[in-house]
Ligand binder design. Structure first.
Ligand code: HEC
Ligand SMILES: [Cu+2]
Length: 308
């Protein structure tokens, strides 16, 4: 099993695309620079002591042992407190998105107290607008992290943690579960997609509705296979089924990745996923369907791909 998604989005704290990530980066640079400078100064003093110069006077103990550390630690403390306050975000964010960590994928609800639009394995963010992300878990502890956009935050069963993010650059950025959560933990990723606000609104409007109708005879057969093979026991497709055990598939064909950020979404990978998910993502909690006939599998895949 080797993922096809090596270049999927960017997962890099120095490739800044969010307000919090920017603040955190300069604080890291400041602290590292201060650390290096102090290290060099201390080494110089050690070298001087080695050669028998200086030392012995109270001045050194008071200056170097008390005043200097208090100034340095005080400065770093005050700066990081200001950064922490700044990245906490406004108390009334423009949007709310609820993300629930599951073994080993992400359940996503936009506007949970309003239109409650469901999706999965992708988090779409409006450029430049503060978004409150409510983080939950229904099984074990996971951690939500999109390094280019903000710091990470744990998703703890029975609790709601909130992370306010403001994306500052359009694009696609890789997120990863950052807390060991079981066998497929390293295979639990997702993409954060930053869109201009008007495209974000259009995306939500598009989510607000039933899945696309099957058009071709093959797609209609695919929808039938989906409903008669047990998929409906675990998956929701708006207008067809409402199960919540696996990811929402209402617009699965429109996602860039398959299997929570593991594979490129294409016909071959989708067919391989259904026929042998255990090979595509060891640990995934979905049964393999290697008993489907070739034509039925192809019809099912054609229909899922049409759901955009
Ligand atoms: C027992 C519950 C269960 C059944 C039955 C089931 N699935 Fe799944 N499915 C899951 C789970 C759980 C995942 C998430 C796996 C992961 O990524 O860790 C999943 C993932 C998927 C995905 C990937 C979604 C994404 O966003 O990447 C597709 C596509 C899918 N299932 C299609 C099907 C089809 C088609 C059927 C019927 C032939 C089916 N599933 C039957 C539980 C199920
Ligand atoms: Cu994990």
């Amino acid at each position: 099993m080797e993922s096809t998604l090596d270049t999927f989005g960017s997962q890099d704290t120095s490739n800044v695309a969010g307000f919090a990530a920017g603040e955190t980066l300069w604080l890291t640079v400041l602290m590292s620079a201060a650390g290096v400078a102090i290290f060099v100064v201390v080494m110089v003093f050690i070298a001087l002591a080695w050669r028998g110069r200086g030392g012995g006077q109270t001045w050194w103990i008071v200056g170097g042992g008390v005043i200097f550390p208090v100034v340095v630690i005080g400065t770093l403390f005050v700066t990081s407190t200001f950064v922490l306050r700044a990245i906490a975000g406004p108390s009334t964010p423009a949007h709310v998105i609820e993300v629930t960590g599951k073994q080993f994928w992400w359940d996503v609800i936009y506007d949970p107290e309003g239109r409650a639009l469901r999706d999965a394995n992708e988090v779409v963010l409006p450029l430049g607008e503060p978004v409150e992300i409510r983080l939950k878990s229904t099984d074990v502890i996971h951690s939500f992290w999109v390094p280019s956009i903000a710091g990470k935050m744990d998703m703890i069963p029975g609790r709601v943690n909130t992370l306010t993010v403001t994306a500052t650059r359009e694009g696609r950025f890789r997120g990863q579960c950052a807390e060991f959560c079981g066998l497929a933990h390293p295979l639990m990723a997702f993409e954060a997609v930053v869109l201009p606000p008007e495209e974000y609104d259009a995306f939500l409007a598009d989510l607000d509705g039933e899945a696309r109708d099957a058009v071709t005879p093959q797609e209609r057969r695919g929808a039938e296979v989906f409903q008669t093979s047990g998929c409906v026991a675990c998956h929701r497709v708006q207008g067809i089924s409402d199960a919540r055990i696996g990811p929402d598939l209402t617009r699965v064909g429109g996602r860039a990745a398959l299997g929570a950020g593991m594979w490129e979404m294409n016909t071959g990978n989708l067919a391989g996923w259904i026929a042998d998910v255990g090979d595509m993502k060891p640990g995934a909690e979905m049964p393999s369907y290697n008993q489907l006939s070739g034509p039925d599998l192809r019809a099912l895949v054609a229909w899922l791909e049409s759901l955009t």
